[in-house]
Design a protein around this ligand. Sequence first.
Ligand SMILES: [Zn+2]
Length: 96
Amino acid sequence: MAVPKQRHTKSRRNRRRSHLRLKKKNLSSCPKCGEVILPHRACVNCGQYNNREVVDVLAKLEKKERKQKEKELEAQEEARKEKQPETLDPEKLSRK
Ligand SMILES: [Zn+2]
């Protein structure tokens, strides 16, 4: 069996391990509900991907839970709409 000729220093070991750190995930937010999502994945919260629903998130829920979830999604969408600034209207701008 091959035997190491020389002991590696702590520094050398640590330099080797410097590449083993976790990489930061490239996260973005869902255009519909604003939830944080992974790229190339459907939104876990509302089941949207590429601006259409690909997963029915309500399918597996009980009736009571479903109602609650529907309310939640609606509230999120409302909040989202209110957050977005009004589009610049040339008429309004000219009045100012
Ligand atoms: Zn979503």
